[in-house]
Design a protein. Structure first.
Length: 217
């Protein structure tokens, strides 16, 4: 099943964004998504650090109250995977990832995951386009199984014939004909009646059926 993945970057380092831009196609293929887009929120998403006071107290002892005071004044900055709290005299305290938690205000948490500065959101709406594409991929797998069952050689080129009462199935075959040719090594696709003397294989999808048979080109 193909999905849509939406990403938003907040203060992402340039090289990280460049890597994501460079490898969009690999990302889509590896996790089987249809599109990769920039996520647009109705409200500005704000990254907030929330200190774990018991952890800070055990780690910093008497300095904890200074960290708290400066934290409340937003004297906090992010540096390469950790954060630093500082006062007006530029005394600093380094906090590791287990000293605090990160929350994102105004972020819809449904079907969302966060990894440091990258928020990934999946759009799970199954559109008609995705349904047709999914059916085409299932047909491709079905045809390749037919090739295997017929003991065709792996490089044998074949002709594909089909018959169906479903206009929807016919349209999918026509729409994805080039995809099917490439995936199943098909030379020609034609609509043909499956008579009693022809061994046809039946593919089913929801309430639709279509008959296929393959011949050596």
């Amino acid at each position: 099943m193909n999905l849509r993945i939406l990403l938003v970057h907040q203060k992402v380092m340039l090289n990280e964004k460049e890597l994501l831009d460079k490898y969009w196609d690999i990302i889509k293929e590896e996790i089987n998504v249809k599109e990769v887009e920039t996520y647009q929120s109705d409200k500005p998403i704000t990254k907030v650090y929330k200190p774990l006071w018991s952890q800070l107290s055990a780690k910093f002892g008497k300095d904890t109250w200074q960290i708290i005071a400066n934290w409340k004044q937003w004297n906090v900055r992010e540096i390469d995977g950790w954060i630093e709290v500082f006062d007006n005299a530029w005394h600093t305290w380094k906090l590791d990832e287990w000293d605090y938690e990160v929350v994102y205000e105004w972020l819809d948490g449904t079907d969302t995951t966060v990894e440091w500065n990258t928020i990934v959101k999946l759009d799970l709406e199954i559109t008609d386009e995705l349904k047709r594409e999914w059916t085409a991929r299932e047909i491709s797998r079905f045809l390749n199984q037919m090739r295997k069952d017929a003991d065709f050689s792996v490089d044998a080129r074949v002709n594909m014939h089909y018959q169906s009462d479903s206009e929807n199935m016919k349209n999918i075959v026509k729409e994805f004909s080039e995809f099917l040719k490439e995936e199943a090594l098909i030379i020609d696709i034609s609509e043909w009646n499956c008579d009693a003397d022809t061994r046809c294989d039946i593919f089913e999808s929801e309430n639709w059926t279509i008959k296929f048979w393959l011949t050596v080109a």
